[in-house]
Design a protein around this ligand. Structure first.
Ligand code: ASP
Length: 425
């Protein structure tokens, strides 16, 4: 029995944790009336502690892991031209997949018409969301004026830029700085080891997060918005299960079913935590198990978690159609093109943490003059959609990474196909 349990992989344990958490949460939600037992003991203490402790542990890993692995990854690509082409291709694929995502969302919105016939009295509750950052600010903020500050604050884009620069310089100066190179390489090994230790707690963390979400999930507020929710879910499903597999087949000829079988645990982790950033370590680990070189994923995954938010753009596209229909505003072709463009930009500006997609949504609404109050309507039910879109966000990062790695011959397809075991670190 013990041996059988031991042979279950971590990915499967995460799945088990998630399903048990869901069941336990629903039982608590609908089957337990005692306020003290339900809310005080379980929700506010056991699940809150277990879930948040785990998210904090994952977050603790992100900055040092991302920074060290980018430095090591970039310095090992030494050839600046190759690096430029990898960076360029990655960014282009990220932007294109996001544009496809918004287009699907707009189309789904046109077909399903989620905002039609909505009682606008419901819109009275204003959401307190503001977006002050412009695109120019986003570009300026990419360059750290104080790298230590950026590291301390976990500002991903400046951290990535600084890490890439150090990596390039290490590669250029070679043995002159081999001590520093060695330092980062060993620090990276330490962080990877820490990741695998923290990851052992993932099943418990995921159990608590799921139980907490489903233990307090109310159905009020969901019904009037059911068309909106269904529309977002359909568009997310098309992106995840039609667009990504198609891209994978076209560019790599790899089997998407094999991909999803192995990747599903990462999707579930993103689903239960609602944060792309905290999913970075797990995503990188899983990709290296699938044969993707860390030299590529160490750079593309953190970059994707920061600038590539296909799932978020889908929610934003559907929200635009929803608001336009609810308020009877007719969006012409040029307005729709503006939405696609701003949603792609908003995706770059959305940090990989819970709910930020709603904040950057104001930028998209402003671009076509839609009333910001409409965001207030979808605010209440956003949590569950945030979970779903985060799972899609990180899947997009992984698919693009596999394509980039494959094209740069930095992918072991035997390992992807399960013909070869990943090497132990
Ligand atoms: N929670 C999302 C993420 O971390 C961002 C969002 O859409 O709010 O990827």
């Amino acid at each position: 029995m013990i041996n059988k349990l031991k042979s279950i992989s971590l990915g499967n344990w995460i799945l088990i944790g998630m399903v048990l958490g869901l069941i336990f949460g629903l039982i608590l939600n609908f089957g337990v009336d005692d306020y003290f037992v339900k809310n005080v003991i379980f929700m506010d203490n056991i699940f809150y502690l277990g879930g948040n402790l785990f998210i904090k542990l994952m977050k603790m890993l992100v900055v040092p892991l991302v920074f060290c692995s980018i430095v090591v990854g970039v310095s090992s690509i030494s050839d600046i031209k190759t690096l430029g082409s990898i960076g360029g291709t990655t960014i282009v694929i990220y932007l294109i997949t996001t544009a496809i995502a918004v287009t699907i969302a707009l189309a789904a919105g046109m077909v399903i018409k989620p905002g039609l016939g909505l009682d606008m009295a419901y819109a009275s509750q204003n959401a307190n969301v503001t977006m002050n950052q412009t695109m120019v600010d986003t570009i300026l903020n990419m360059v750290p004026d104080n790298p230590i500050n950026s590291l301390a604050n976990g500002d991903m884009l400046p951290v990535i830029i600084f890490g890439v620069l150090i990596g390039i310089i290490l590669a250029k100066l070679k043995e002159k700085v081999d001590l520093i190179g060695e330092f980062f390489s060993q620090a990276n090994t330490v962080m990877m080891e820490m990741t695998s230790i923290v990851m052992k707690f993932a099943p418990i963390g995921v159990f608590c997060l799921m139980a907490k979400t489903f233990g307090s999930l109310g159905i009020e507020g969901i019904l009037p918005l059911s068309k909106y929710i269904i529309c977002v879910i359909i568009a997310l499903a098309i992106q995840a299960f039609v667009i990504y597999p198609t891209l994978l087949v076209i560019f790599t000829r790899l089997n998407p079913v094999k991909f999803f079988k192995r990747f599903i645990s990462v999707m579930f982790f993103a689903f239960s935590s609602s944060t792309s950033n905290a999913t970075i370590p797990l995503n990188m680990d899983k990709l290296s198990e699938m044969g993707v070189s860390r030299d590529i994923s160490s750079f593309t995954i953190p970059l994707g978690a920061t600038i590539n938010m296909d799932g978020t753009s889908i929610m934003q596209g559907v929200a635009v159609m929803f608001a336009a229909q609810a308020y009877g505003i007719d969006l012409g072709t040029s307005a729709l093109l503006t939405v696609i463009f701003t949603a792609v930009m908003a995706s770059i500006g959305t940090a990989g943490v819970p709910s930020v997609g709603l904040v950057t949504l104001t930028m998209v609404f402003n671009s076509v003059g839609l009333p910001i109050e409409a965001i207030g309507i979808i605010f209440g039910i956003d949590h569950i959609l945030d979970m779903l879109r985060t799972a899609v966000n990180i899947t997009g990062d992984a698919i693009c990474t596999i394509i980039v790695a494959f094209r740069n011959k930095a992918m072991d397809t035997d390992m992807f196909n399960g013909k070869k075991e990943p090497e132990k670190q």
